[in-house]
Design a protein around this ligand. Structure first.
Ligand code: FPP
Ligand code: MG
Length: 292
């Protein structure tokens, strides 16, 4: 399977959908400019691609997953705008460009981030999904983002700076700040096509482990790669004393741990066994190759 081609094709479909959304939503305001600057900064579009594949896994069409994928990409983009703020990670470079606050100032960046959360809800509300599907996705968004989700993960990530955390504590941060959004991709994409709780549960489990592997890989790359390749700062986790698996296990141990999480992600989705689930497995293996 040519996973690079497959993901490039899905990325293009998502970019077209995003472009047409932005053309409709353009209000000409300064907030809109900052909002679309960050949304169109590129990136792998991994989350919308996962959402499309989860939908296809359950027998749906990839196009049906686009509103859910857009809402999730908005939440992700917002979380990065806020993560980069001076009060949090204080980063000036993201996806090879100045971060939102570096370009537009802190006040505009905070508000553009705020706008993205609520626009994400509005994208789901105004989608063609059935009312029960909308409600289920909105409920999942609130669970994933709230005080036991992304916010909690980010909070613990920040307060853990300079402390020695156990592997379990680090895994808990990763689960909340990163896996929860991957779980949302799997849930929302699958829910668009089906209400089969057992099958959806397996896909969500894939999201949990893929998120853990993803964050470990991200933290390994922070240590081993460069700003030019990553398009964002590198080497900062060490300076800021971030709680990462690299700090707890060393680079080789972190690679092994990421490998173990990848294996768990892959074995979560033995069923359904179709083209889309094979692609999900391949994406997990492909991500891991970046650090092997
Ligand atoms: C990047 O991690 C940041 C996150 C994975 C999560 C950020 C979460 C928030 C700002 C809270 C979100 C709030 C709501 C309401 C959803 P990183 O700093 O390890 O990665 P990086 O190197 O890409 O910055
Ligand atoms: Mg950061």
């Amino acid at each position: 399977m040519d996973i690079v081609r497959l993901t490039a094709g899905k990325k293009k479909i998502f970019e077209d959908f995003l472009r047409s959304y932005l053309a409709r939503a353009d209000s000409g305001s300064g907030i809109f400019e900052a909002f679309s600057y960050s949304l169109t900064a590129g990136g792998k579009r991994l989350r919308p691609i996962l959402t499309m594949l989860a939908c296809e896994c359950m027998g749906g069409k990839e196009s049906d997953a686009l509103p859910a994928g857009l809402a999730i990409e908005m939440i992700h983009t917002f979380s990065l705008i806020h993560d980069d703020l001076p009060a949090l990670d204080n980063d000036d470079l993201r996806r090879g460009r100045p971060t939102c606050h570096a370009k537009f100032g802190e006040a505009t960046a905070i508000l553009a981030g705020d706008a993205l959360i609520f626009q994400a809800l509005s994208v789901i509300n105004s989608s063609p999904y059935q009312e029960d599907v909308k409600l289920d996705i909105l409920k999942c968004i609130s669970d994933v983002c709230g005080v036991e989700g992304l916010v909690q993960g980010e909070y613990r990530d920040v307060v853990a700076e300079g402390k020695d955390l156990s592997l379990d504590e680090i895994e808990d941060i990763y689960r909340k700040k990163t896996s929860r959004l991957f779980e949302l991709c799997m849930y929302a994409g699958a829910r668009v096509a089906s209400a089969d709780a057992e099958k959806i549960g397996r896909l969500v489990r894939y999201g949990t482990y893929l998120g853990l592997a993803f964050q470990a890989i991200d933290d390994i790359l922070d240590m081993t790669s460069s700003e030019e390749i990553l398009g964002k700062s590198s080497g900062k986790d060490l300076v800021q004393g971030k709680a990462t698996v690299v700090k707890a296990l060393g680079l080789d141990g972190a690679r092994l741990w990421a490998g173990e999480m990848t294996s768990r992600a892959v074995s979560s989705i033995d069923h359904p066994d179709n083209g889309a689930s094979s692609s999900l497995k391949e994406i997990a293996r492909w991500m891991l190759k970046r650090v092997m």
